[in-house]
Write a protein that binds this ligand. Structure first.
Ligand SMILES: *Cc1c(COP(=O)(O)O)cnc(C)c1O
Length: 390
């Protein structure tokens, strides 16, 4: 053997890892997709109606939102040019941050480059060595990444299980100084909501800080204000995180909290400090979209109505959000059913491990304001015809 170690090329290693993913029906590919108005998408030259997009209110295509984005690009340029702490804090941020704070009923807010960057950058500032972080086991990958990036002791509690969360608090809380409890308001792959009332009670009883990720609640629950408002708990959740890239139709992430917390994040959060500010167009688009969410009560309630029409026709329980998963068991079956629905003219992507736990591959349907009752009825027919529920 040569002294310098074996020479397996990086291409060989990558190739064999991909072959394993392929064999397990877990290989992912990027499909070029063009999105037009009203959920019509085109892929491989075919027109499809999408039921897997997070643009719940169609705001990414709204004329006011697009106009705000172009005006901002014309006035301030295409990029922010630097971190917000250097010269990237263009004048559009303050309007967006005050809108977010108003919508969530908090003192102030802070916009990050994305939801992922917010979740990876916030926990390490609030909890470190000698502190405890508890999180729901099904929390988004970015929350897990944020927990891991902190030096805190971390434990997961069983999904939406207040009793398990309580048990861990009894076991661990007294050994640590501060405690952060993290969950999603609406679970992105399951569509169910967190038991926020119980988590608020526990957090208060055990001197813990509750942080919710409401990526899928903002814009569609609680008259657009999100899952905390829907549960009447906005004032009791000190850390309300969310994204501008789902119902808001733009790009970016944020946290709503008290001013000292925000000021500390500005000073300490590495994903804010060491990343370039958002393009002005994205910030202006988010503000214009929030204006619509704040004022159009009718629009924000439509996606839930559509989701309900879908579940009722399939004799499923009423949905808790605009996300309705139908479990398929294996990844192969998820892929096959997704292709079959594509043949019927619908785009519903298969969600496979590791995005969801092993054995729980699924089709994840999302409902939006631009879906008509007739669209839902056609989808239901296709779901029945193709045996998705069998
Ligand atoms: C999409 C999502 C994120 C990430 O937000 P981006 O703005 O897309 O980076 C975080 N948490 C949850 C629950 C999400 O669904």
């Amino acid at each position: 053997m040569e002294g310098r170690g074996r020479s397996t090329s990086i291409e060989q290693v990558a190739g064999s890892k991909l072959a394993k993913l392929e064999a397990d029906a877990l290989r992912r590919v990027l499909s070029e997709t063009e999105r037009a108005n009203e959920g019509r998408t085109s892929r491989n030259g075919r027109q499809l109606l999408s039921f897997c997009c997070n643009d719940y209110l169609g705001l990414s295509q709204h004329p006011n939102v697009k106009r705000a984005a172009s005006k901002a690009a014309e006035k301030y340029g295409a990029g922010a040019g630097a971190s917000r702490l250097v010269t990237g804090n263009h004048p559009l941020y303050s309007d967006l941050e005050s809108r977010l704070a108003r919508l969530k009923n908090t003192e102030t807010s802070l916009v990050f480059g994305s939801g992922y960057l917010a979740n990876i950058g916030i926990p390490p500032v609030l909890a470190g060595k000698g502190d405890l972080i508890l999180a729901d086991e099904l929390s988004h990958a970015s929350m897990h990444a944020g927990m891991r990036a902190s030096n805190a002791f971390t434990r997961l509690f069983r999904h939406n299980d207040i009793g398990d969360c309580h048990r861990i608090l009894v076991e661990e809380r007294s050994k640590y100084r501060h405690c952060l409890v993290m969950t999603e308001g609406v679970f992105s792959m399951d569509g169910d909501r967190a038991p926020l009332q119980g988590l608020c009670d526990l957090a208060e009883e055990y001197g813990a800080w509750l942080m919710t990720d409401d990526a899928h609640g903002l814009g569609v629950l609680g008259n657009g204000r999100g899952s905390a408002a829907a549960a009447g708990l906005a004032e009791r959740i000190p850390l309300q995180m969310g994204t501008l890239s789902k119902a808001v139709g733009s790009y970016g992430g944020f946290i709503c909290a008290a001013k000292p917390v925000i000021d500390l994040l500005i000073n300490r959060s590495r994903s804010l400090i060491y990343a370039t500010g958002l393009p002005p167009a994205a910030v202006a688009a988010a503000s214009a979209a929030l204006e619509i969410i704040e004022t159009d009560r009718e629009l924000v309630n439509i996606p839930m109505e559509r989701a309900k029409r879908f579940t009722r026709q399939l004799c499923l329980p009423d949905p808790e959000s605009t996300i309705v998963p139908l479990l398929t068991g294996t990844s192969e079956r998820a892929l096959r059913l997704s292709h079959l629905l594509e043949e019927e003219g619908f785009l519903v992507t298969a969600i496979r491990p590791p995005t969801v736990p092993d054995g729980t591959a699924r089709l994840r349907f999302t409902f939006a304001s631009h879906h008509t009752d007739e669209d839902i009825d056609r989808l239901v027919k296709a779901v029945k015809k193709r045996g998705v529920l069998e």
